[in-house]
Each structure stands twice: as C-alpha cells, then as structure tokens.
Design a protein around this ligand. Sequence first.
Ligand SMILES: *[C@@H]1O[C@H](CO)[C@@H](O)[C@H](O)[C@H]1NC(C)=O
Ligand SMILES: *[C@@H]1O[C@H](CO)[C@@H](O)[C@H](O)[C@H]1NC(C)=O
Ligand SMILES: *[C@@H]1O[C@H](CO)[C@@H](O)[C@H](O)[C@H]1NC(C)=O
Ligand SMILES: *[C@@H]1O[C@H](CO)[C@@H](O)[C@H](O)[C@H]1NC(C)=O
Ligand SMILES: *[C@@H]1O[C@H](CO)[C@@H](O)[C@H](O)[C@H]1NC(C)=O
Ligand SMILES: *[C@@H]1O[C@H](CO)[C@@H](O)[C@H](O)[C@H]1NC(C)=O
Ligand SMILES: *[C@@H]1O[C@H](CO)[C@@H](O)[C@H](O)[C@H]1NC(C)=O
Ligand SMILES: *[C@@H]1O[C@H](CO)[C@@H](O)[C@H](O)[C@H]1NC(C)=O
Ligand SMILES: *[C@@H]1O[C@H](CO)[C@@H](O)[C@H](O)[C@H]1NC(C)=O
Length: 366
Amino acid sequence: MYSPLRIVAVFCYLAGNVVADTASDLAGALAQYPSLSTLRQLVNQEPKLINTLFGNNKNFTVLAPSNEAFTQYTADNHRQLADVGAELLSNTLSYHILAGGLPYARFDSLGARGLTVPTLLTGELYNNRSAGVSLAASFGPGASGQVVLIQKNATDGYVQVQASQQQHVNLTGLDKQWSGGYIHMVDKIFDLPKNCTKTMEDTDGLGTLYNALEDSGAYGPIDTMANVTCLGPNDEAFNEAGNPQQRFNTSETNWMIRSHVIREPLYPDQIQNGMVLQTLRNTTINITVNGDHIFFNNARVQNTALTNNGVIYVLDKILARDPVPVQSGDPTSTSPSPSPTNEAAKPSASKHLSLAFILGGMFALL
Ligand SMILES: *[C@@H]1O[C@H](CO)[C@@H](O)[C@H](O)[C@H]1NC(C)=O
Ligand SMILES: *[C@@H]1O[C@H](CO)[C@@H](O)[C@H](O)[C@H]1NC(C)=O
Ligand SMILES: *[C@@H]1O[C@H](CO)[C@@H](O)[C@H](O)[C@H]1NC(C)=O
Ligand SMILES: *[C@@H]1O[C@H](CO)[C@@H](O)[C@H](O)[C@H]1NC(C)=O
Ligand SMILES: *[C@@H]1O[C@H](CO)[C@@H](O)[C@H](O)[C@H]1NC(C)=O
Ligand SMILES: *[C@@H]1O[C@H](CO)[C@@H](O)[C@H](O)[C@H]1NC(C)=O
Ligand SMILES: *[C@@H]1O[C@H](CO)[C@@H](O)[C@H](O)[C@H]1NC(C)=O
Ligand SMILES: *[C@@H]1O[C@H](CO)[C@@H](O)[C@H](O)[C@H]1NC(C)=O
Ligand SMILES: *[C@@H]1O[C@H](CO)[C@@H](O)[C@H](O)[C@H]1NC(C)=O
C-alpha cells in the first residue's frame, strides 16, 4: 500500500525533474557570480532557447560573457544582444558553448599552438567546414560545430580565446561545475565567423591581397568553398616580390588562389612537422615546424584568422613554386617560371622582378 505522503513525494520528485531543466540549472550556477548577472537574466528570459541549444547532453563548457562584455556589445552594435532577433541570438550563444567539458587546467598547460575546440555553432553560413579526424578523436564525431582556438600567452600568462577572424578574448578560469559541465568567464562577446574575403579585409597585413581579390572580382571560389585553409601572403611579401600597386586580373588572382588554398581546414594544433599538403592546383606544400614557428614551404606564418569555412594563415612570403603538375595538351607548359621567393631573396633581383611577370608566367601554367 502506498501512503498518500509517498504519492505526494513521488509527484514532487517528478515535478522537480521537469522544472530543473538545463536553463534553470545554468541560471542557478551563474547566480553565484555577480559579474555574470546579465547572462543569467538572458538565460532566465530564454529558457526554451537554452534548453534547445544544450539538448540532452551534459558535457559542455560555457564561456560566459561578463556584464562588461554585454555592455561593450551594446555600445558596438547599438542594441542589446537580447534584442538582435532569435536567430542571431541563438547563433551567438551557441558559439560560446564548447562541445566538451574542459577544466581550466586544460588551458593552463597549453603550448604556443593552443587548442582547437568545436562549439555548438552550426549551419553553412557560419560553419561551412566539418570536423577533421583529429578533432573528432578529441571531441567525438558529433562535435562538428565551428571552432575557437584557445591559447595561452607565454609572456603575460593570459589564456585567450580566438574566435571569429582575429578576435582575441581574455578567459578567466572559474572551473564552476554544473549539471551541463563547466563554466568559465570571457570579457567579450564573440563575433560570428565571416567568409574568407571579408576576413581578409579585416585582417592586419592582408590589404594587398584583399585589394587584388576585390579588383579582379575573383572572390567567389574561396568564399563559397567548404573546408579550406587559405595561405595569405602579407603586404611585405607582395612588396618584396615586386610591384605592390600592380592590379591583378581575374586569371592572375585565380592563380594566386589556387596555389595558396588547401582543401582541408588545418588548425594550428593539427600541424605537424613534415606534413605534405596539396593545393587546389595539385601542387604540394611542405610544412616545417621549427620551435614555435610554422613554415609553409619557405614562408613563415605570422598570424591566424578564423573564417566560416576554415582558417587563414598570414605568410611573410608568396609561396615558392613547386614543380608544375603535368597537364597534357597544354601548349604553354614549357619553360619553368622564376620562383617568386627565391628571386626576391636576392636583393639585386627584386627590382627587375615585376609581379605581373611572375603571375603572368604562373598563370600560363594553370
Ligand atoms: C567531456 O568532454 C571532455 C572534452 O571533450 C572529454 O575529455 C571527457 O571525456 C568528456 N566526459 C564525459 C563524461 O563524456
Ligand atoms: C572537411 O575536411 C575533413 C578533413 O579535415 C573531412 O573529414 C571532411 O569530410 C571534409 N568535409 C567536407 C564537407 O568536405
Ligand atoms: C602576449 O602578451 C604580451 C604582453 O602582454 C603581448 O605584448 C603580446 O602581444 C601577447 N602575444 C599574443 C600572441 O597575444
Ligand atoms: C586581457 O587582460 C589584460 C589585463 O586586464 C589586459 O591588459 C589585456 O589587454 C586583455 N587582452 C585582451 C585581448 O582583451
Ligand atoms: C562575403 O561576406 C560579405 C560580408 O559579410 C558579403 O558582402 C559577401 O557577399 C560575401 N561573399 C560571398 C561570395 O558570399
Ligand atoms: C558552402 O560550401 C558549398 C560548397 O561545398 C557552397 O555550395 C555553399 O555556397 C557554401 N555556403 C556558404 C554560405 O558559403
Ligand atoms: C587534381 O587532382 C584531382 C584528382 O586527384 C583531379 O580531379 C583534379 O582535376 C586535379 N586538379 C588540377 C588543377 O589538376
Ligand atoms: C617538399 O619535399 C619533397 C621531399 O619530401 C621535395 O621533393 C619537394 O621538392 C619539396 N617541395 C618544396 C616546395 O620544397
Ligand atoms: C592577365 O594578366 C596577365 C599578366 O599581365 C596576362 O598575361 C593575361 O593575358 C591577363 N589575362 C586576362 C584574361 O586579361
């Protein structure tokens, strides 16, 4: 026989289970931190959205934007995050949720190349890429959302999150455990990733390359291709190679793109010494890792930017040309063209070397 008391107890347990959903768990966990009160308020206002984002899984890391981050967002965007509309709100929040439970200790011990972590941000517009083998191995095959890079600055010891483009955001380890995993604090709201050319436009040192793409109107291919690593020679690289004012036509720009794009998103912590990669032209690029420095052939990586379809490495040189793949019936593939980086390395040669000539020669071999 069940006593009435016992039935009431069972009822209360069931009701409690319904009420204690992810959103209220999260709000409860955030309540302990006065500097996260704006986020808590948002979670309380949007329980349905929060529950949908998390689903039934329980192993996440929430990178909780501080109250200052929300204030900054409002100043930058002239409206509050709560007012941007359901879709943008959902996408923005999902980019702050890491698809794995990561205590601060995981970040504190990171080397120079950091850790690439998938988030819950999905959909072609912001995530036209998919998890590679090594990401899937670390975070599970379901962890296919757009990534952030987490790095520790060896000089000042700050842990930073690199989100869209080159945005670097400070992370404060809270190690707050809750039913959905961990919570840490970040001091900015992440921008959503943009396409390659838009990212180049906003990336330090890629002005010449961006102008070339814009002038030639040859954006299309890299912007709408899924799964890429783009190698972007910086302004000095173009200067060194010849004439930075040179305007590029579409064919030349296509050459540039095809020999500097790799058809897989290769994030910094996945790069290994001795890797050989294939470009869109089927030429190969050798990777060398020397201490903290990464080289694609003889060009050194200066910087990294995240795009919706992969990653851009800013390089200090235009890539030296590999032997051209054999193309049957190509009347122009006869004499070898000069190699931009080798020539540019000779101080006396650079004056005689016009970029138009280099690219023209290369284009003939496309
Ligand atoms: C939670 O995620 C982390 C990071 O992906 C993983 O190492 C850990 O094994 C996961 N824990 C559980 C219980 O799935
Ligand atoms: C993207 O590249 C990864 C390897 O890095 C591969 O596993 C995946 O299938 C690719 N996705 C698409 C859509 O090509
Ligand atoms: C690391 O910190 C130092 C000192 O604050 C700063 O000058 C440097 O730019 C930082 N490096 C990176 C990669 O953010
Ligand atoms: C990170 O925090 C430190 C100390 O408050 C500050 O000096 C630095 O500028 C911050 N970095 C970023 C990218 O906000
Ligand atoms: C790239 O993004 C920019 C700005 O977000 C947009 O104006 C442009 O049309 C996009 N390019 C392509 C090819 O979709
Ligand atoms: C994503 O990539 C596919 C090609 O794989 C392309 O057709 C599509 O336009 C791309 N989407 C965006 C938003 O760039
Ligand atoms: C590169 O090789 C693939 C097959 O491996 C082929 O389909 C493609 O047409 C080649 N591209 C060029 C530019 O030669
Ligand atoms: C890449 O390395 C291979 C040998 O591993 C070599 O044959 C090739 O010339 C190298 N390519 C470049 C561009 O250095
Ligand atoms: C683009 O420029 C190169 C070098 O100036 C030239 O050889 C080529 O014919 C041009 N292509 C077009 C389609 O104008």
